[in-house]
Design a protein around this ligand. Structure first.
Ligand code: NAD
Ligand code: UDX
Length: 465
């Protein structure tokens, strides 16, 4: 079996950056080059101050500091890195299509195709091409077809190696992965390629956790894993609505059902709705694939997970409005949290964006505090919706770095992200700062109901009456 000496990863994002940093760290004998067309991002990956990397992940700065310049490199010289590599990971974004056929459902594969064409154009020696991005089942067929028609007599082996890390815990997830999935052809060269990729992960993971399948099972398993995870969140969120009507408590219900070893305790935390760049996009993609094959019942089944998630976000903002005497016009509402979950600076599909949009439709004045998300990012999120002009967004929403000052004369606080620091705040002082009645809407179930009520708050916690 030949050895892998050089790896290139196309895409220096939330997956490419951390994944390659860990591979380089654990495989000092392999040169790893992460490339991207986004010059600003590459500059950020290369800056001396590792606390300002473009991706905020615990443990990442230390790994980058130790490895960068040794055998880990970030660069915009894409062609050179492809040329030099034995193995090329494609880790570019695959967002939901916003145009044409499959608009609003299918994955947009234009970035993937550009990568495949780039590899086809540049490669002069045999390459193993690894799909790291999440892709619709049978995408490898298209990549194969592009690569095999280059006419430059290079052999390409295509593998699927989806990434299962979750943001906020990316480094731990990579270092101690439940499993690594490698899909490839069952031919002698396909098996060799799978074993070569496996040997990289074997530098730090036990072999039993590295699963080998055919390409299509691997591609599909990634979509299915995310669909199952999101389905659990939507399931528990549907029950949270019922709890609010019946005096049942959603954490008690989750705990009671989670004790059943067939159900298990994880991913049963009721919230204002799941966000993130993956769940919605991957389920929509699954729905689209099912529809393409005429499996409408299958498509409808999974679409319901999204419908329930949208309902949860709307339900939360509707409840805020009705509790505040059916009007929030001109009222100052402080958002604690904008990221889609704690311990990340990522805001893609964050529930906060949608809740803000609905309240701003009612002319509320939103003040956002998030410990990691920039003002620029928050305005980009709002402007991207296209609901109102950029000027109106800046008029109705402001961003602050002072969580305490923000509460002065506020009518309400809404907790949209479960950042640990929110639990440690001086809530008695916050109560003094606010107009009365002082409303707190806990969309993440992080504050103690009795304590908040004792302090005098009108306190609402999702999943509790
Ligand atoms: P991202 O948007 O953070 O990063 C993608 C990067 O690819 C961007 O920096 C972009 O500039 C670059 N890029 C796009 N086209 C390029 C091209 N032709 N050449 C060079 N660079 C190019 O995306 P991400 O969150 O890292 O996700 C990447 C893939 O991994 C997606 O398919 C996603 O579904 C999947 N995934 C994401 C996560 C997650 O937690 N974010 C987890 C598992 C899987
Ligand atoms: C997810 C998958 O977990 C990961 O395996 C895949 O590789 C990428 O997509 P990520 O989106 O980063 O990861 O975070 P995750 O922890 O799954 O949370 C997704 C959303 O669900 C967040 O908004 C989170 O707050 C929410 N969530 C999660 C809940 O509301 N309740 C839960 O019990 C769990």
């Amino acid at each position: 079996m030949k050895k892998i000496a050089s790896i290139c990863c196309i895409g220096a994002g939330y997956v490419g950056g951390p994944t390659m940093s860990v591979i380089a760290n654990k495989c000092p004998h392999i040169k790893v080059t992460v490339v991207d067309i986004n010059e600003k991002r590459i500059k950020q990956w290369n800056q001396d101050d590792v606390s300002k990397l473009p991706v905020y992940e615990s443990g990442l700065p230390e790994i980058v500091k130790e490895t960068r310049g040794r055998n880990l490199f970030f660069s915009t010289a894409i062609d050179e890195a492809i040329d030099e590599a034995d193995m090329i990971f494609i880790s570019v974004n695959t967002p939901t299509k916003t145009y044409g056929k499959g608009k609003g459902l299918a994955a947009d594969l234009k970035y993937i195709e550009l990568c495949a064409r780039n590899i086809a154009r540049v490669a002069k020696t045999d390459k193993i091409v690894v799909e790291k991005s999440t892709l619709p089942v049978r995408t490898a067929e298209a990549i194969k077809s592009i690569l095999h028609n280059t006419g430059n007599h290079v052999n390409f082996e295509i593998l699927s190696n989806p990434e299962f890390l979750a943001e906020g815990t990316a480094i731990d997830d990579l270092l101690d992965a439940d499993r690594v999935l490698i899909g490839g052809d069952d031919t002698p060269s396909g098996k060799e390629a799978k074993n070569l990729l496996s040997s990289i992960y074997e530098n730090w993971l036990p072999k039993e956790r590295i699963l080998q399948t055919n390409v299509w099972s691997s591609e599909l398993s990634k979509l299915v894993a995310n669909a199952f995870l999101a389905q659990r969140v939507s399931s528990i969120n549907s029950i949270s609505a019922l709890c609010e009507k019946t005096d049942a408590n959603i954490d008690e219900v989750a705990n009671a059902i989670g004790y059943d070893s067939r159900i298990g305790p994880k991913f049963l935390k009721s919230s204002v709705g799941f966000g993130g760049s993956c769940f919605q996009k991957d389920i929509l993609n699954l729905v689209y694939i099912a529809k393409t094959f005429g499996l409408n019942e299958v498509a409808d089944y999974w679409e319901q997970v999204i419908i329930m998630n949208n309902y949860q976000k709307t339900r939360f903002s509707d409840h805020m409005i009705s509790t505040m005497f059916n009007t929030v016009a001109g009222k100052k509402i402080v958002f604690y949290g904008w990221a889609f979950k704690k311990d990340t600076n990522d805001t893609r599909e964050s529930a906060a964006i949608h809740v803000a949009d609905l309240l701003m439709e009612e002319q509320a004045n939103i003040v956002v505090y998030d410990p990691q998300v920039s003002e620029e990012r928050i305005y980009m999120d709002m402007d991207y919706l296209g609901t109102r002009s950029e000027a109106e967004n800046r008029n109705l929403l402001t961003v602050t770095s002072d969580y305490m000052e923000a509460t002065k004369d506020a009518h309400a606080i809404a907790i949209l992200t479960e950042w640990d620091e929110f639990k440690t705040y001086d809530w008695a002082q916050i109560h003094k700062n606010m107009l009365k009645p002082a409303f707190v809407f806990d969309g993440r179930r992080i504050l103690d109901t009795k304590h908040m009520k004792d302090l005098g708050f009108d306190f609402y916690k999702i999943g509790e009456s």
